[in-house]
Design a protein. Structure first.
Length: 174
């Protein structure tokens, strides 16, 4: 099978067509057609330059500082609502979220040593932007449904809100 040559990077210049009468008289070779290329500025750039010429600086109003007596005093303590909720004595840390599957609303987590989790338990998930509690309605270990997970198990559970990696899972005792 015959192979074709690869196209070269440079393209050949166009050649002028020479009439049959002219070629028989003096020259038999064809002449190259040379064309100069001029680059025009882009329309967007021309518009932008025109708008910059028309723009004038905006005059800003002078701002006078308030006297110290009228200034708001900074709070030394943070409000409770801005802080993430701390665990109370009624809660026990049982694990950490390792992954969240948003299309399934399923979180995978790793249970801490010495902890157990069963169907029907109430858990609370807390993190940087996460804070919700729910009842455990489905548990899976290795894609198989189960009723209880033990220490150091990796498990999956259906969650009602979005969770993130490193969110902490607490068991709420009632």
């Amino acid at each position: 099978m015959a192979t074709r040559k690869k196209a070269t990077a440079k393209t050949k210049a166009k050649r002028k067509k020479v009439s049959a009468k002219a070629s028989t008289r003096k020259k038999t070779s064809t002449a190259r057609k040379n064309r100069t290329i001029t680059k025009k500025p882009a329309k967007k750039m021309a518009r932008r330059q025109a708008s910059l010429k028309k723009a004038r600086p905006i005059r800003k109003a002078a701002v006078t500082p308030k006297p110290l007596s009228q200034r708001a005093k900074p709070e030394t303590t943070r409000s409770i609502s801005s802080r993430p909720a701390q665990s109370t004595s009624a809660e026990q840390r049982i694990g950490v979220v390792t992954h969240f599957y948003s299309h399934l609303s399923v979180a995978t987590a790793r249970l801490d040593a010495g902890c157990k989790l069963r169907l029907g338990d109430v858990i609370q998930v807390r993190g940087h932007t996460t804070d919700f509690s729910q009842k455990v309605e489905s548990l899976e270990v290795n894609h198989a449904p189960t009723t209880e997970v033990g220490p150091d198990d990796h498990f999956a559970l259906k969650v009602v809100e979005h969770t993130r990696e490193h969110d902490v899972v607490f068991k709420v005792s009632s």
